[in-house]
Design a protein around this ligand. Sequence first.
Ligand code: FES
Length: 253
Amino acid sequence: KVISNKPLGLSSPGEEIVELKLEYPDWKPGWRAGQFVMIRPVSWPLDLVWGRPFSICNADETSLTILFQVVGRGTARLLELKEGDEVNIWGPLGNFFSKPQNRPVLMLAGGMGLAPFCGYVDTHPQPENLKLFFAHRPPLENYPYKGMAAKVDVEDIRETKPSDIPTIIARVEELVKEYAEKDGLIVACGPHPFLKTIWNAANKYGADAELSLENRMACGVGACLGCVCKDGDDHHTQVCTTGPVFKANNLSL
Ligand code: FES
């Protein structure tokens, strides 16, 4: 059941970012940051057959939180959910990010790709080893990373115009090189061009990087083949069952 459904602000005109908190009485706290759930409200009409995939932002023993952005018909209907409405959830699904100890970890988040790192920071045994680089669009005053910013080193780049994109790319490459040189781990989530920049840099500098893909999904359980990507040998594989987290050297973007 819906506990709260709270708009946090606009990422760009007309694109609301929303925090949806769901009561999940059977939730087993065995989830890991990077995993996702499929969500389909009970009230959706039959022509909205498929659920939608969302990274788990955070969870406790009885509830889970996701972030979503209104980008289409399904997410616009999610925005209409009210406290007490019922939602079908299946998950947690997929694999997850590593949490190495005694190694520096760089989290690279692009826009909504921040979601899995909220839980990552909260469940990492050594948050002092974490740094977050966050590229996004304003205004995001209520975006739930203020709590993260209190715990980890945050570098925040607000993309205000297309001409800022080369600056973001250059900074991402520089950070990937720095973490490759100090044998750190890079964990990343965000839109495809953002991940491709990281993937290219990780291959160039031999960095240990884990990338979470945001491919479209329909079933979430390996049945529809709607989410395929290519692995490091150029073979097709399913993001929902093999991923969503892939080692950069085991992926073709
Ligand atoms: Fe259906 Fe991956 S979403 S196979």
